[in-house]
Design a protein around this ligand. Structure first.
Ligand code: HEM
Ligand code: SF4
Length: 570
């Protein structure tokens, strides 16, 4: 039988149910293709342990099937109790680690099929959800992580909550399969109570959809990588409106010229009260015009890039009845987080704690899991996952600061603001062993790579320079490599494509410098670019500024720049 397309799978899914219930009730070790696709809408990816693949193949054993379950929370905000609930799940149902994600969510890995329902129930039980954390819907809505409680930050977080709620799929599948009733039975397949999807319709969106909100000058949400990016404008400290950007997105495939990363482009400015309505108009243009015939060409970025921003703007305006203006000038400075201790402005304090590659675990290099659990359990505070997969603890009283510091140091941790600026910003995606799409290592080799890079930075006197380095195990780009100063994108074991020339403000795309380099050669390559930088540096310009000055063509991206080395481009 020919493989069904995702559009057919959605069409036949009875409100995203498919045979999920049947498979959960069966002895099957894993889900078939259609349910694997549908499961994503429910917040889970079916995976297998790739470290054990070849040994098990030799022993003629089935793959070691397991699941990743992702919790979404708008702006990355969660209570200490909700964090502890996740820590419990990681211990009892997962692989005893958690992964903070670069979209301000939390992933649990290594969940077995028999534990999947209990995991989803536990997430819902603590007041959060995995519904729509993956799949062809609006994903977790991002908003500024920095725990400042001024009007602007509060307003953007409220907007993130509003968008999140508004775009939640309405089908009853999630509650009936996972939440209703202690034990799962076939009655969960009952579609009698099924409801219409007012925004998504029967086929949901052509592809995933990502939204982020920034309060200038901070660009921690990496605004231009989003399908829709809102930049807040303030009048007398209040958000008066948003400059909306559309059509960002980073996935591509090596060598396939028709796939390429895009930065979001300016759409229009509108008053704050119309932001959610503008968002719905944008989402529905993509719903109705996005390319459903090819998933590799289905993101809204291709619609905007190929039909043109003028066309897209016209289509959005046909669906709204409020005034718009051209986007307003604004300067965003950095995608970095604010690590270390800071006053919130309301008498309380927050601390940004570095988490290497977002992995919360107890290891020889530090016991992030034990420390965070203790802080969440003992200290009166709230928590927020950052877009660089670090953690903010906030609403901490002056008296509790020493205790937090003591807990961190008892577990071998520091907050990280004394690390090189490059380490503070750098990030790598999950990749092996869980991600089925990984072509090479990423998370597991990145800290070691940064150790070598740190030595070079120190030798060249660049320890305080913010040089954005990102790595992914394949070109899908989950760690947002294509706007970094240096990015290494997996091609094969130990081999990476090297991209150079994005910007630490996140507002410029990099270009392919070398189609293939070996992992071991990465530090040497970085060194030679940095040596040129310091030889040609003017004043105190950053590496990003130097690149923009010396390679002005870098600001006009073409699809070729992501696939062909400079000399091969026309
Ligand atoms: C076609 C493109 C993509 C596919 C098929 C894809 C697939 C996946 C898979 C399978 C995982 C789970 C890996 C694991 O935890 O074991 C993952 C994680 C993730 N992806 Fe993607 N992804 C794509 C593009 C992107 C892009 C462009 C972004 C953001 C710009 C993104 C953001 C994330 C995030 C935040 C995670 C969670 C883990 C982390 O923070 O690294 N993904 N993706
Ligand atoms: S970039 Fe590729 S390897 Fe890394 S997590 Fe995403 S899909 Fe997996």
């Amino acid at each position: 039988m020919p493989k069904k397309s995702c559009e057919e799978i959605k069409d036949e899914s009875r409100g995203l149910r498919g045979k999920i219930v049947e498979t959960l009730l069966s002895e099957a070790s894993h889900f078939e293709e259609a349910e694997y696709q549908l499961l994503k809408f429910h917040g889970s990816y079916q995976q297998d342990n790739r470290d054990s693949r070849s040994a098990r193949r030799k022993q003629k054993l089935d793959k070691e099937w397991m699941f990743m379950v992702r919790t979404k929370m708008p702006s990355g905000t969660l209570t200490a109790e909700q964090y502890i609930a996740h820590d419990d799940m990681a211990e009892k149902l997962g692989n005893a680690t958690m992964r903070l994600t670069t979209r301000q969510g939390i992933q649990l890995h290594g969940i077995l099929k028999g534990g999947l329902r209990n995991t989803v129930r536990a997430i819902a039980g603590c007041g959060l959800t995995s519904w729509g954390a993956c799949g062809d819907v609006v994903r977790n809505t991002m908003a500024p992580g920095t725990p400042i409680n001024d009007q602007a930050h509060s307003a953007t977080r409220r907007l993130a909550d509003e968008i999140s709620e508004h775009f939640m799929a309405r089908t009853t599948a999630y509650s009936s399969i996972w939440l209703d009733g202690e034990k799962l039975d076939l009655s969960a397949d009952d579609t009698a109570k099924e409801v219409e999807e007012p925004i998504y319709g029967k086929h949901y969106l052509p592809r995933k959809f990502k939204i982020g909100i920034a309060v200038p000058p901070c660009n921690d949400v990496d605004l231009f990588s989003q399908d829709v990016g809102f930049i807040a404008h303030l009048e007398n400290g209040e958000v008066s409106g948003y400059s909306i950007h559309v059509g960002g997105g980073f996935g591509m495939s090596h060598g396939k010229l028709e796939t390429y990363p895009c930065l979001a482009q300016p759409l229009f400015y509108c008053a704050a009260e119309h932001a959610a309505a503008a968002c719905e108009a944008i989402v529905t243009v993509q719903r109705d015009h996005g390319d459903r015939s090819d998933r590799k060409h289905a993101r809204m970025k291709y619609l905007v890039a190929e039909r043109g921003i003028e066309w897209f703007r016209r289509k959005v305006k046909e669906r709204i009845n409020f005034p718009t203006e051209p986007v307003r000038e604004v300067q965003l400075d950095t995608v970095a987080d604010t690590l270390g201790w800071h006053a919130q402005g309301d008498g309380k304090h927050f601390v940004g704690v570095y988490v290497a590659q977002g992995r919360i675990a107890d290891s020889e290099t530090g016991e992030t899991r034990s420390a965070f659990r203790k802080i969440a359990g003992e200290i009166d505070c709230s928590m927020r996952v950052t877009a660089n997969a670090n953690m903010y603890f906030y609403d901490i009283s002056e008296e509790d600061r020493d205790r937090v510091n003591a807990i961190l140091s008892e577990h071998g941790l520091v907050t990280g603001e004394n690390f090189t600026a490059t380490r503070q910003m750098g990030h790598a995606c999950v990749a092996l062993p869980t991600c089925g799409l990984a072509l090479s290592e990423s998370e597991r080799v990145f800290s070691g790579l940064l150790d070598s890079v740190d030595v070079i930075l120190e030798e060249l006197g660049l320890s305080n320079d913010s040089i954005l380095v990102r790595m992914t195990g394949c070109p899908n780009g989950c760690a947002r490599p294509y706007n970094a100063d240096f990015a290494f994108v997996g091609r094969a074991p130990g081999k990476y494509a090297m991209f150079v020339g994005g910007s630490s403000a996140g507002d410029r795309l990099a270009a392919l410098e070398k189609k293939v380099i070996l992992f071991d050669d990465i530090p040497g390559e970085i060194r030679s670019y940095l040596e040129n930088f310091i030889n040609q540096r003017q004043g105190s310009e950053t590496f990003s500024e130097y690149w923009g000055r010396t390679r002005p063509e870098a600001t006009q991206p073409t699809p070729e720049q992501f696939h062909l080395e400079e000399g091969d481009r026309t």
